[in-house]
Design a protein around this ligand. Structure first.
Ligand SMILES: NC(=O)c1ccc[n+]([C@@H]2O[C@H](COP(=O)([O-])OP(=O)(O)OC[C@H]3O[C@@H](n4cnc5c(N)ncnc54)[C@H](OP(=O)(O)O)[C@@H]3O)[C@@H](O)[C@H]2O)c1
Length: 306
């Protein structure tokens, strides 16, 4: 495993994280097995959100964490708040404070290492967020803050109203979802790939030392399914397979290594619930793709170079 420094106090954080979005239907035994597999690989970071399966994922985590006798100090635990499903995004002070209390209770823990605002709320009031964050720091319930799916302008705006530095931005990024780099490759062209939809967010995170957490690293869309072994991604799977053979590893590891080859500070958020897939993915840290291999994978995924 390799480790990143998210902030001076948040160091030695694994560059792979275990995401629990798909844990709603797991038994406690299955969830415990996933935690054990992750820990054996050196993964020490967990990502959640209060909305996952209406809170069930966090309950399953809490029970598995207790059952497996895991030590709180051995893990960095992050959750996300601010979405009221099918109704609104809500960064009001009371919603943030109440959400954290609910999360801590469900996960059976006393504090979150990181609290992340899940999706930008156009109605966000900087004073309210600042007050909520200051209260959460003062009462020890949250140690650090970040954002998810924020563009550069939104981060700048929010940061201008806070006493704490935002340390992560969680964004969708994978071989099959590359908008954040496509537009840079197509700068000054009038094709569709050249449209900057996110205000140079990746470059902003690099420049300002925000760790980028790649969500859905093996998915095409949010719910379309994985591109690994998917016949709709035939060319990509051929190249993934070639490189898996070359590095004596597997396709998940190559796909994760592709993300980590980019020079930003990354964490890859694994959504697999399967211990073998966790162990396979963790092999991504055993090798480094060459520059040409990185481009070969990008092209095989169906993207083009001008
Ligand atoms: N910030 C946001 O807006 C946002 C949005 C979505 C997700 N997230 C976070 O990102 C995490 C990861 O998202 P994700 O679950 O979409 O990520 P993912 O790791 O790309 O996808 C996991 C899914 O792919 C399957 N899979 C992986 N490798 C496979 C293989 N070799 N063969 C067959 N199936 C395979 C898994 O099945 P198995 O379980 O059987 O392995 C699982 O269903 C979430 O848990 C959550 O923490 C954040």
């Amino acid at each position: 495993m390799k480790y990143v420094t998210i902030s001076p106090e948040l160091n030695q954080v694994s560059n792979l994280a275990l995401g629990i979005m798909r844990w709603g239907d797991l038994t406690i035994e299955q969830a415990t097995a996933a935690l054990i597999a992750a820990q054996q690989c050196g993964i020490n970071f967990l990502d959640s959100a209060d909305i996952y399966s209406h809170g069930r994922c966090e309950e399953v985590f809490g029970q598995a964490f207790q059952m497996g006798n895991f030590q709180r100090d051995d893990w960095f635990i992050q959750s996300k708040v601010g979405i009221v499903p099918h109704k609104r995004y809500d960064f009001s002070k009371q919603h943030l404070l109440d959400s954290v209390d609910t999360i801590l209770s469900r996960m059976q823990i006393d504090y979150l290492d990181l609290l992340v605002l899940h999706r930008p709320d156009p109605l966000m009031d900087l004073t309210e967020i600042q007050t909520a964050f200051d209260i959460l720091i003062a009462n020890g319930k949250v140690h650090h803050f970040g954002v998810s799916n924020f563009n550069a302008a939104q981060i700048k705006l929010l940061q201008s109203g806070l006493h704490q530095k935002l340390v992560v931005n969680q964004l969708q990024f994978s071989l099959a979802h590359t908008a954040m780099i496509d537009f840079g490759l197509h700068t000054n062209l009038d094709d569709a790939a050249g449209i900057d939809r996110d205000d140079g967010t990746l470059e902003y995170c690099q420049q300002h030392q925000l760790t980028v957490q790649a969500w859905s690293p093996f998915q095409h869309g949010f719910s379309v399914g994985t591109f690994i072994d998917n016949p709709h991604f035939g060319n990509l799977n051929v190249v993934l397979d070639q490189l898996a053979h070359k590095y004596q590893t597997n396709k998940n590891a190559v796909a994760a290594a592709w993300i980590l080859r980019h020079p930003a500070k990354w964490q890859v958020i694994l959504g697999t619930t399967h211990p073998d897939h966790i162990i396979n993915s963790a092999q991504c840290n055993n090798f480094t793709l060459t520059r040409q291999e990185w481009y070969n994978l990008y092209l095989a995924a169906g993207h083009d170079l001008p």
